[in-house]
Design a protein around this ligand. Structure first.
Ligand code: NDP
Ligand code: 8X3
Length: 255
């Protein structure tokens, strides 16, 4: 299935995996609907996407934690952007790396509100249109952390375990329609993820990737585009992927 002229909505398209996914779909000629809070970064990605061959690009400033804004922005999309073919639920983050009993409540709220509730709000706003058109594909970005919890990351891992089961439950609910649901679950990917986790402490963030080769955002983007481009009757349920230096959430090989 070619992406040419398909409308692809990517949340968290201003950075990392979301930005790389926007560019990968752009190179395939998709129409891109890009969302994030940092509109300056989104605009720069939109410009790159147009140069790479996107059929059209429309950017919206959106905080997925705001249920009213999510519903209103999606309802107010120009008519030519209403029919979303592919939704990539990518917006997400980790905050802090602490023992659960020493964690910051504000970090927990941010992760739960973004990774779980934000994903649900966007899904609730977009999927009814897919059902009524009997066509569409929801691609959720999970994580190896949603399969195996690691020390000091219980809440982040819990949010990704929630994505795991929301993904599977949505697929159950859509059985009998042609709408597809996929989870792409990467291990460590070098993006701003660790910088955000450590609240801007770049020295600490760099150490996360020291001595190993992580996945790149482009590796994940390629997999997302691959899942979206299978024939219409094929549903890729889940792709779990790591670099060769990672076996799972707990086991790494560092030089
Ligand atoms: P980045 O920090 O590079 O990108 C995160 C993106 O999410 C940004 O575009 C950010 O945009 C957006 N975002 C965060 N909060 C919100 C919000 N409230 N509303 C809208 N957009 C938001 O990290 P990654 O690319 O690594 O992360 C993308 C996804 O991949 C996340 O769901 C993460 O959990 C998942 N993941 C990451 C892995 C990794 O090792 N990097 C591995 C497995 C999964 P802005 O700040 O402009 O709003
Ligand atoms: C991101 C991967 O292992 O840092 O989901 O949690 S990990």
């Amino acid at each position: 299935m070619t992406q040419s002229n398909r409308t692809v909505f990517i949340t968290g398209a201003s950075s990392g995996i979301g930005a790389a996914t926007a560019l990968a779909f752009a190179a395939d000629g998709a129409r891109l609907l890009l969302a994030a809070r940092r509109i300056d970064k989104l605009t720069a990605i939109a410009e790159q996407a147009s140069k790479l061959g996107a059929a059209a690009v429309h950017s919206i400033q959106l905080d997925v934690r705001n249920a009213e804004a999510v519903a209103a922005e999606i309802a107010a999309l120009p008519a030519e952007w209403q029919a979303i073919d592919v939704l990539v639920n990518n917006a997400g983050l980790s905050r802090g790396l602490n023992k659960l009993y020493e964690g910051q409540l504000s970090d927990w709220e941010e992760m739960i509100d973004t990774n779980i509730k934000g994903l649900l709000y966007v899904t609730r706003a977009v999927v009814p249109g897919m059902v009524s058109r009997n066509s569409g594909h929801v691609i959720n970005i999970g994580s190896t952390a949603g399969h195996l919890a690691y020390a000091n990351g219980a809440v982040y891992c819990g949010t990704k375990a929630a994505v795991h089961f929301i993904n599977d439950g949505l697929r159950d609910d859509l059985l009998g329609t042609a709408v597809r649901v996929t989870s792409v679950d990467p291990g460590m990917v070098e993006t701003d993820f660790s910088l955000v986790r450590f609240h801007g402490d770049s020295e600490r963030a760099e150490k996360v990737y020291k001595g190993l080769t992580p996945l790149t955002p482009e590796d994940v983007a390629e997999t997302i585009v691959w899942a979206a481009s299978r024939p219409a009757h094929v549903n890729i349920a889940r792709v779990m992927m790591t670099s060769v230096h990672q076996a799972n959430s707990l086991l790494f090989h560092r030089e």
